[in-house]
Design a protein around this ligand. Structure first.
Ligand code: ATP
Ligand code: MG
Length: 339
C-alpha cells in the first residue's frame, strides 16, 4: 500500500491540513492507518470507538483514512457530528455527494447535532440504495458523536449501530464494513467500556518521529525533543505553542487559568492529586475524577492503535496518564502554590 509506505517514511503530502495559515503534510500514524485498514477488511461486527487525549489527532486520522479508503474500493464517509450545516459536516468519497445532500436536506433540514443519530441512519440507507455493494466496502466515521447526541444517548445510539451491522448490513451484501466513532470524552468511554457491542481503541499522541516531522514543518529552527517534553507529542499543543511564538510560559499561563478554575470547582483531595502527579497509576478513583475534568486519561494498552510510551517523567503510567506533560506540570505548580 503506497500510503502506508509513505507514512513509514515519515509523511504523506498528498493529504494536507491548514495550520496557522499554511499547509502541513499528514505525518506519522503508519501503524494506526495500517490497523484501521486491517479492521476495515471484512465486516467488522461491532462499531469501534477511538478514544484519546484532546487534540491528539483523532479527527485528522479518520479523515485521512476516509480519503485513502475512498480512493479504493470503498464508499468512505466522514460525518462531523458537531457541524451545524450538512455541507460542512459531510465528506463522501466513492459516490455523488450533491445528489445525496439534496435528499438529506429535503428530509432533515439543517439542525445537525440534534439530528445526528437520525442522519447517520438515513445516510447509510441512502448510500446503500445508490450502490450495488457486491465487492465494495463501506467505511463510516462519525466524529465527536457523543458530544452531539449527549451522554444519555451513548448506549442506545451505539447499540443501534451494532444492530444495524448485524441485521441490515448483510442484506445489502456488503463485504467490507467498518464504523468508527471518535470521542475524547471520558464519561462516554466509561459507558462504552461496560458493553460488548462496541470495541474501544486508544489513539495516543504522535510518536517522537512523527512529532519531529510536524515540528519541522511548523518551524524548522525548533528542536522537537525540547517540545516533546512539554507536549508529549500532542499535535494541537505543538500548534498552540507555535501560535504563541513558542513561548511555553505564555501557553502555560493560558492553560493554568482554566485548570485552576476546574480544580477549584471540583472537591478532590489535594494529597490524592499530588500522589497522581508523582505516579499516575496510584489512585484510579481520583484519576477517573480527573479524567472527567479533562486532565487525565485512562489507557487501554491492549487495544491501542498507537504505541503508548510508559514514561513517568511525561506523566504517562501503565494504566493512566496526564493529558499532556504540560497539564501535569501546571497541576503540580498549582498544588505547590496552595500547600
Ligand atoms: N497526523 C497528523 N499530521 C499532521 N498534523 C496533524 C496530525 N494529527 C493532528 N494534526 C494537527 O493537530 C491538530 C489537532 O488534531 P485533531 O483535531 O485531529 O485532534 P482531535 O484528537 O480530533 O481533537 P479533539 O479531541 O478536540 O477532537 C489538527 O488540526 C492538525 O492540524
Ligand atoms: Mg476531533
Amino acid at each position: 500500500m503506497v500510503e502506508v509506505l509513505l507514512l513509514a517514511l515519515g509523511m504523506d503530502c498528498s493529504f494536507r491540513i491548514w495550520v496557522l495559515g499554511k499547509e502541513v503534510c499528514f505525518v506519522g500514524r503508519w501503524l494506526e492507518v495500517s490497523k484501521l485498514f486491517e479492521l476495515a477488511k471484512g465486516v467488522h461486527p461491532v462499531p469501534i470507538a477511538i478514544y484519546g487525549p484532546e487534540g491528539c489527532g483523532k479527527t485528522t486520522l479518520v479523515r485521512y483514512v476516509v480519503r485513502r479508503l475512498g480512493s479504493r474500493n470503498y464508499v468512505a464517509i466522514y460525518i462531523d457530528a458537531l457541524a451545524s450545516d450538512l455541507r460542512d459536516a459531510l465528506e463522501v468519497w466513492g459516490l455523488d455527494l450533491e445528489d445525496l445532500i439534496e435528499v438529506l436536506m429535503r428530509d432533515l433540514g439543517f439542525s445537525l447535532p440534534s439530528m445526528v443519530s437520525k442522519l447517520v441512519a438515513r445516510i447509510v440507507e441512502e448510500v446503500l440504495a445508490r450502490l450495488r455493494f457486491f465487492g465494495r466496502g463501506l467505511f463510516l466515521a462519525v466524529d465527536d458523536v457523543y458530544k452531539a447526541i449527549g451522554l444519555e444517548n451513548v448506549d442506545r445510539y451505539t447499540k443501534m449501530l451494532y444492530e444495524w451491522i448485524a441485521w441490515r448490513a448483510p442484506r445489502y451484501g456488503i463485504e467490507n464494513l467498518l464504523i468508527v466513532l471518535t470521542t475524547s470524552e471520558g464519561v462516554s468511554k466509561r459507558i462504552l467500556a461496560r458493553h460488548t457491542y462496541v470495541e474501544i481503541y486508544t489513539l495516543w499522541n504522535l510518536d517522537p518521529a512523527g512529532f519531529a516531522e510536524l515540528v519541522e514543518q511548523l518551524d524548522p529552527r525548533r528542536r522537537p525533543e525540547d517540545l516533546y517534553i512539554v507536549t508529549g507529542g500532542n499535535p494541537r499543543l505543538a500548534i498552540e505553542l507555535a501560535r504563541y511564538g513558542w513561548d511555553v510560559e505564555k501557553v502555560k499561563k493560558l492553560y493554568s487559568e482554566r485548570i485552576r478554575s476546574t480544580l477549584r470547582m471540583a472537591s478532590i483531595d489535594r494529597d490524592r492529586i499530588r500522589a497522581l502527579v508523582e505516579d499516575p497509576d496510584t489512585d484510579p478513583q481520583t484519576a477517573a475524577k480527573l479524567e472527567e475534568l479533562g486532565l487525565m486519561i485512562e489507557l487501554f494498552r491492549n487495544a491501542s492503535l498507537s504505541p503508548i510510551p510508559t514514561d513517568r517523567d511525561l506523566g504517562v503510567g501503565k494504566e493512566w496518564a496526564w493529558q499532556t506533560p504540560l497539564h501535569r506540570n501546571i497541576v503540580a505548580e498549582i498544588l505547590r502554590e496552595t500547600s
